[in-house]
Design a protein around this ligand. Structure first.
Ligand code: SF4
Length: 420
């Protein structure tokens, strides 16, 4: 077995650091027809917590509430380098030991999310997910830049078509915050993937139109909610016009890292294209701030079914106590825990990855001890395109004399007569 670790060597010329949401140019006459939000809907009226306010006053003196709650201001003023970050946190030796140019994925943290980082504790869970450390440069055996083999299942640019009735539509390579464990770091922020062209979007929609077996489209990226409303509406309306597309899902981390993006205008627009579901990416209970609760409630009030996806990570959320707290907080804002993922083996991810047994312990610690709605499916997205494989603790002990022998959550053995 190969055990050799190597140093990641990346040229920063591969990626692009930008200050604005990446556009793709939709013909203006189509945009006007699609979106005409009223003045009232453009007003965000967003809740701002005391924590956010005090961070703003310390680090952005003179910035108004209207600016702070403007999602584009947040993107423009994001922390994109160690130089900026060291103004708000005391960098540890592990964090400052290298140049950001050597990173595969650049740094990007919204001011809002930065307000949640502990200035002194480099082991704080949220800080570990956003601030790079030296271990990120160490490539371990089995790690690959596209661990799910999505590029092999891409018949046309922007589309991954692996399962018969579903297609993944990767509409942008931009996110408002870059997670250090990102499965799609091979495309996120990369110069050739950041800006989708209108022709590529149109071709991808055409591909879906020509494949009547596709009934479920997952819009992902990057983060689709970093597109302007009009761009997102261009995509949603194009998909909704296809008769065999029964439902549409959007995958996003925006409610956790840029909650002010969930404006009344955005939810009004999305509502027009129901059924639209959302998979929200959450990592830790401390992400459930007043702002994020407001964002989730706005989405739920718009009739959007919400599920959460969480990557299991060492020292961040790999305990029953932390994960259970996260699921309880999510249910309070009508987000149903959906998937708990084993961390994908991207280059430089060994320090994040946990043993599979940790995930099984979490499921064992939830089943029977809390509401069934709080229990996600624990899955490994199998390397090289094997798809999601669910993992369960051993509740089935075996078969005996026509009975199934079962173990319950208290470790007691029961028999069920398995014949009819
Ligand atoms: S939000 Fe998702 S796609 Fe974007 S960096 Fe994080 S994990 Fe990757």
């Amino acid at each position: 077995m190969k055990t050799k670790k190597t140093q990641l060597s990346i040229s920063s010329s591969l990626y692009e650091v930008i200050d604005e949401p990446p556009p793709f140019s939709v013909p203006s006459e189509r945009l006007q027809k699609l979106t005409e939000p009223s003045l009232e809907l453009n007003y965000t009226g967003f809740a701002v917590s005391d924590n956010s306010l005090s961070f703003r006053d310390r680090n952005f003196p003179g910035v108004s509430l209207a600016e702070w709650t403007d999602w584009k201001w947040q993107i423009r003023n994001s922390y994109t380098s160690f130089n900026k970050l060291e103004k708000i946190i005391n960098l540890s030796e592990d964090e400052k030991g290298f140049k950001e140019q050597s990173l595969n994925l650049p740094i990007r943290i919204t001011p809002y999310y930065a307000s949640l980082l502990d200035a002194d504790d480099s082991l704080q869970p949220l800080r570990k997910t956003m601030v790079p450390v030296l271990n990120e440069l160490v490539v371990s055996p089995g790690e690959e830049s596209d661990p799910l083999g999505e590029e092999h299942d891409s018949p046309v640019p922007l589309i991954v078509h692996r399962y018969p009735d579903r297609a993944l539509f990767l509409v942008t390579g931009f996110c408002s915050a870059f997670c250090r464990y990102c499965t799609r770091s091979h495309m996120v922020s990369k110069k050739d993937k950041m800006h989708s062209r209108t022709s590529e979007i149109d071709n991808a929609i055409d591909y879906i139109r020509q494949h009547p077996e596709i009934r479920d489209v997952i819009i992902s990226g990057g983060d689709p909610l970093t597109l302007e409303d009009s761009r997102l509406e261009y995509i949603l309306s194009g998909l909704r016009a296809i008769e065999h597309v029964e439902f549409i899902r959007i995958g996003t981390k925006v409610p956790a890292v840029l909650p002010m993006r969930i404006t009344p205008a955005l939810v009004q627009m999305i509502k027009k294209y129901h059924p639209v579901f959302m998979s929200l990416h959450f990592t830790h209970p401390s992400e459930l701030t007043p702002e994020t609760r407001e964002a989730c409630n706005r989405l739920a009030d718009a009739g959007i079914p919400l599920g959460s996806q969480t990557v299991l990570m060492e020292g961040i959320n790999n305990s029953v106590e932390v994960y259970k707290k996260l699921t309880h907080e999510l249910l309070k804002v009508r987000v149903r825990p959906y998937y708990l993922y084993q961390c994908d083996p991207i280059p430089g991810s060994a320090h994040f990855r946990t043993k599979v047994e940790d995930g099984l312990k979490i499921i064992r610690g939830l089943r029977g001890f809390t509401s069934g709605y709080a229990i996600p499916q624990f899955v490994i997205d199998a390397p090289k395109g094997g798809g999601k494989i669910p993992l369960l603790p051993d509740y089935v002990v075996g078969k005996e004399n026509g009975d199934v022998v079962l173990r319950n959550y208290e470790n007691k053995i029961f028999r069920y007569p398995d014949y009819t």
